[in-house]
Write a protein that binds this ligand. Structure first.
Ligand SMILES: Cc1cc2nc3c(=O)[nH]c(=O)nc-3n(C[C@H](O)[C@H](O)[C@H](O)COP(=O)(O)OP(=O)(O)OC[C@H]3O[C@@H](n4cnc5c(N)ncnc54)[C@H](O)[C@@H]3O)c2cc1C
Length: 462
């Protein structure tokens, strides 16, 4: 077995791993990047980018289908599924291609191909060809789709986000299991492209929403558009000549069954840490096999082992993976003197239509006795109505004592932009009055945000 010694070994050439590597490199350290799968990152290959490309096509189909509202008739709209998927793949390949090029441009001696596993606190074996001894290790091994029973027994008929973009044709009938972020985004896009989509969920929770009022509005609107079987119990999924037969029991204990061509399983993602043999590090692991971990330093326990990106299961989002990669790379070089980083204000966006977004403190993290809440409905908001997209609700939370903005949840048109404005304001710790002193143009959806801020200001003063 080949032996190599480096300052920092990085497991995973995804967003977190690449960021960690480049920080180590800039700090003058020697580094090896170990990757067991294809280069290009989850985000670009099978995550953020192809999903948004599919959604972009679905949005176009949806807009055309609703042109009547504006007095425009469009006859005979055809969705060419093969061409839709072909564009998704070719644009996706372009995005991922840049990352592959950059990664392959790294000197060959700084890259290893194979599965890394710990054989000591900072010693790794990569497949059975190389032993790496490092001063510090960054684990940036990402996450994988979780496939629960009974779907793990019919894997040939199941697709996850890892496979969906490789489909050559759109299926006719799809069951989407899970109404989390990925299930909602992909399922709504398929439905808008003309696929019969039925969603299944054990709960009535949509994406990351927690605020009961925003959740209720989102549920009403999305259930109006999409076929959702919520609070159901899937009792079996069997293979038949037509594809997969789903059997489920609804909340009133009535049994149902329906056949689908494919089942899209979107029941969450699991950190890729099970195969790392973390036991060899001596780290204490919890019941889920996760080590004790500090989000400010990314350090595991007190060892020179740093965990970044989806593998940490902290905030499995692209910008957080990039941040954690940089923090991990920096601290891997500085160990044992570590820098504690204040993390950014949490921000999450779901690219459904209308969009779901949240920033700052979550509703279930608030001390409701010390919090005031401002609300705006988009049902009659001027610009939203102009665009024919007047649906949704936004709620902003502020500290009653001083009016400082704390958090927000929203469901409505173009919320990706309002969520950013509010995340920035919350991170700046500004008050409701300071936010209201900012300019608001007319007519824009941000005027809806101003209505919610005014509502909040009124409640704070009364
Ligand atoms: C469908 C979908 C849509 C998404 N949309 C968004 C979005 O809109 N916005 C957003 O912010 N986030 C989104 N995400 C999440 C985002 O893609 C992830 O948070 C991010 O890509 C995680 O990066 P990472 O570096 O942690 O992991 P990855 O990019 O997955 O990198 C981990 C790498 O480690 C490798 N690896 C694993 N184990 C080993 C081992 N033992 N040895 C060697 N190599 C190993 C893997 O092969 C992989 O290449 C989406 C995800 C999905 C699946």
């Amino acid at each position: 077995m080949r032996e190599i010694t480096v300052d920092v070994a990085v497991i995973g050439a995804g967003t977190a791993g690449l960021n960690a590597r480049s920080v180590v490199h800039r700090a003058g350290g020697s580094c090896v990047l170990i990757e067991s799968g294809p280069y290009g990152t989850t985000c670009a290959r099978v995550g953020c980018m192809p999903s948004k490309l599919l959604i972009a096509a679905a949005d176009v189909a949806h807009e055309i289908g609703h042109a009547d509202l504006f007095g425009i008739s469009v006859d005979d709209v055809q969705v060419n599924g093969a061409q839709v998927l072909q564009r998704v793949r070719s644009e996706r390949d372009r995005f991922a291609g840049f990352v592959v090029e950059d990664t392959e441009a790294l000197p060959a001696e700084q890259r290893l191909t194979g599965k890394a596993r710990f054989v000591g606190p900072t010693t790794l074996e990569v497949d059975d060809h190389t032993r790496v001894t490092a001063r510090a290790v960054v684990i940036a091994s990402g996450s994988s789709p979780f496939i629960p029973p009974p779907f793990n027994e019919i894997l040939d008929h199941v697709i996850t986000s890892d496979e969906i973009f490789e489909m050559q044709q759109l299926p006719k009938r799809v069951a989407v299991v899970g109404t989390g972020i990925i299930g909602l985004e992909l399922g709504q896009a398929l439905a808008r492209l003309g696929v019969r989509v039925v969603f299944f969920s054990r709960s009535n929770k949509l994406g990351p929403l927690i605020d009961p009022e925003v959740s209720a509005v989102a549920l009403e609107q999305l259930q109006g558009e999409l076929n959702m079987k919520l609070e159901v119990n899937i009792t079996a999924a069997t293979v038949d000549e037509q594809g997969v037969r789903m059997h489920w029991r609804d909340a009133t204990e009535v049994e149902h069954t329906e056949s689908f061509d494919k089942v899209v399983v979107a029941t969450g993602r699991q950190p890729n840490i099970g195969a790392l043999n973390l036991a060899a590090t001596g780290l204490q692991l919890n019941a889920r096999g996760q080590p004790e971990w500090d989000p400010r330093t990314t350090q595991c326990g007190s060892l020179p082992i740093f965990l970044a990106g989806d593998a940490s299961a902290y905030l499995p989002l692209l910008h957080e993976a990039a941040d954690e990669g940089r923090i991990a790379g920096e601290n891997a070089m500085l160990y044992p003197q570590l820098i504690e980083h204040e993390r950014r204000t949490p921000l999450a966006i779901v690219f459904t239509d209308p969009q779901i977004a949240m920033a700052g403190l979550r509703y279930d993290e608030l001390d409701l006795d010390a919090t005031e809440i401002g609300t705006v409905s988009f049902a009659n908001q001027g610009r939203a109505r102009v665009m024919g997209r007047n649906q949704g609700l936004l709620r902003i939370y502020a500290r009653r004592r001083c009016g400082t903005l704390l958090g927000t949840e929203m469901f409505g048109p173009r919320m990706e932009h309002i969520a950013h404005l509010l995340a920035w304001a919350i991170q700046q710790k500004i008050t409701v009055q300071q936010a209201l002193a900012m300019p608001f143009y007319h007519p824009v959806v941000e005027e809806g945000l101003r209505t919610a801020l005014r509502d909040l200001a009124y409640k704070l003063s009364s």
